[in-house]
Design a protein. Structure first.
Ligand SMILES: [Zn+2]
Length: 360
């Protein structure tokens, strides 16, 4: 029995935000695999995936272990960013082609299921760019290229804690290997991580967390909602602590960048970094705000603007970094507002005015 394996491929889209490119992962010990993410649809990616699948078929034939009705049974999309789902069309086409060339024509082709966590609609602006590009990719898929959900839609909605049983569990294992969905909003509202519980963990090492864009292999992750993001990071760590060996992952396989060997330590660093920044902002916000500039509305009570806060915290940094920093400070202030520790007094952009709510 082959060991469970994770075959990573980057989707050949290097860039400022994608680092070396988007990582996609084939999970399983032999077909049918589960594929995590599809890349953004670059031409150079499909041959890499094809080579990985072809080499697995060769092994399968030498082992004479039977043939799967499709080389990939499930495609799990970790969130709504285009560099994670844009390759769907090409991959579905490739799977059909490989099936037709495998000499198993007698085996009825069962196309893969496509899964994604439903984007909470309340969080989406009406003309959400990500969602409309996702919809246009879905509408480009031939109906015969995927196995639809029972409702007839192309996407099978993921649930938190949903588990995918991986085939080919070693006969000695008491439990099957599974991939468990962990809803981790923050980077986007629909972001998930996937916890791979290995039935062969005893010989192959501890469990693995696929973190998508919630934790990156290098650099810092970006997020839309800091409160949700920190809660998600804490939840991933807490699940690990409470569930003891059951969820005791070590390595993180991120959506971008290299594998992180000590994943929990990196998550703790992420949380600490954010908490340190928050403490810095609280220190500034709880002090007296600078006097209003001449010409300011004299009716306004004195308050800190985002720009004033940035000017204090980033005073030693070049001013061209202040604007991106202001975005981060704004997200921190929203979190402090969620926590009942700050209040927005109005204003737009970097001129937004904030006040501290001291603990009584
Ligand atoms: Zn992303």
């Amino acid at each position: 029995m082959e060991k469970l394996q994770v075959l990573p491929n980057t989707s050949q889209n290097p860039g400022k935000f994608t680092l070396q490119g988007t990582n996609t992962y084939l999970v399983g010990s032999s077909p049918p695999y589960i594929l995590i993410d599809t890349g953004e649809g670059r031409d150079a990616y499909t041959p890499l995936l094809e080579a990985a699948l072809l080499s697995s078929i060769e092994k399968e034939q030498t082992q004479n272990s039977g043939s799967a009705a499709c080389l990939i049974s499930d495609i799990i999309l970790t969130h709504r960013h285009q560099d994670h789902f844009g390759g769907l069309h090409d991959i579905l086409k490739l799977l059909r082609k490989l099936h037709d060339h495998r000499g198993v024509e007698t085996l009825h082709y069962i196309p893969p299921r496509i899964h994604k966590y439903l984007s909470p609609s309340a969080t989406l602006p009406s003309s959400d760019a990500y969602e409309s590009s996702f919809e246009s990719v879905l509408s480009s898929l031939p109906a015969s290229s995927y196995t639809p959900a029972p409702s007839g839609t192309p996407i099978h909605d993921l649930r938190d804690a949903q588990r995918f049983r991986l085939p080919h569990t070693p006969p000695t294992a008491s439990e099957p290997s599974t991939l468990e969905v962990v809803h981790t909003p923050g980077h986007t509202p629909d972001s998930i991580c996937l916890l791979l519980r290995r039935a062969d963990a005893g010989v192959a090492g501890p469990h693995v967390l696929f973190s998508a864009d919630t934790v990156l292999g290098q650099g810092t992750a970006i997020f839309e909602d800091l409160s949700a993001y920190i809660s998600s990071l804490q939840r991933v760590l807490a699940a690990r602590a409470c569930a003891s060996a059951d969820a005791d992952f070590s390595a993180i396989y991120p959506g971008h960048g290299p594998v992180v060997e000590d994943g929990p330590a990196l998550i703790e660093t992420y949380i600490k970094h954010r908490m340190d920044r928050e403490a810095q902002i609280v220190r500034v916000l709880s002090g007296s705000p600078p006097p209003p500039k001449e010409g300011a509305d004299s009716g306004d009570e004195p308050a800190w603007t985002i720009w004033n806060i940035v000017a204090v915290i980033y005073k030693d940094y070049p001013e061209n970094l202040w604007l991106p920093a202001a975005h981060g400070v704004g997200l921190h202030l929203r979190k402090l507002e969620d926590d009942g520790r700050a209040r927005c007094l109005g204003g737009e952009g970097v001129k937004q005015r904030w006040t501290f709510i001291s603990e009584s």
